[in-house]
Design a protein around this ligand. Structure first.
Ligand code: HEC
Length: 177
């Protein structure tokens, strides 16, 4: 009986998560509809099940395209997002990422100190999503919100949509061919 109740509450929790989110398949510690920044940060921080761009976790020099302020990057994809990577870990041209795809770019300073997470998450049902269903955020390693989902990607999509070689607004292939 206790087990059943646990299962039921887990299912309710999962349903809530799926409504908005880029979640893993277990219960979320926070009600995401109350704080999507916190939810996105927590999901970005937990690296379980992610796949690295080009299957490689090496910290790279940032793309020479106009871009983010820090000099070094590496990017990973949760299972949903990774389904759009080819065998070499590059994004398949023409891909449209599925709901719950989460792409996390880790940014570093010149000395490879980790400085921030830049995140994009396919969640078309979120009130914070842009016209393409992406939710955008930037967080410090400790979870401080540097760019909130509430901006609906207004400060992100200019580059991400208009740069040549963009695939469903993603730029890793364009910046790191
Ligand atoms: C001035 C242009 C520019 C702006 C503005 C910009 N980005 Fe980016 N972004 C890039 C480029 C170029 C890359 C390719 C990887 C790199 O930086 O080396 C990238 C990569 C990324 C990635 C890795 C996934 C991918 O393939 O695109 C994420 C996640 C990301 N940016 C999030 C954001 C968020 C969140 C914002 C807004 C708060 C933002 N970006 C604003 C240029 C930009």
């Amino acid at each position: 009986m206790k087990h059943t109740i646990t299962r039921i509450s887990t299912n309710i929790a999962m349903t809530l998560i799926i409504v908005y989110s880029c979640s893993k398949k277990n219960a979320d510690p926070v009600p995401v509809e109350d704080n999507e920044d916190l939810s996105l940060y927590l999901h970005s921080k937990d690296t379980t099940g992610f796949v690295w761009y080009k299957n490689d976790d090496t910290i790279l020099g940032i793309a020479t395209l106009p871009g983010h302020d820090l000099p070094k990057v590496r990017t990973r994809y949760n299972a949903e997002a990774a389904s759009k990577l080819d065998a070499n870990g590059k994004v398949i041209v023409g891909s449209v990422f599925a709901t719950n795809s989460l792409i996390v770019k880790e940014l570093f300073d010149t000395l490879n100190n980790f400085k921030e997470y830049a995140v994009m998450c396919k969640a078309p049902n979120s009130p914070n999503a842009d016209a393409y269903g992406w939710v955008w955020g930037i967080y410090s390693p400790a979870g401080d919100v540097e760019s909130s989902v509430k901006g609906q990607g207004a400060s992100c999509t200019g580059c991400h949509q208009n740069t040549a070689g963009s695939i469903d607004l993603t730029l890793m292939n364009a910046g790191h061919p």
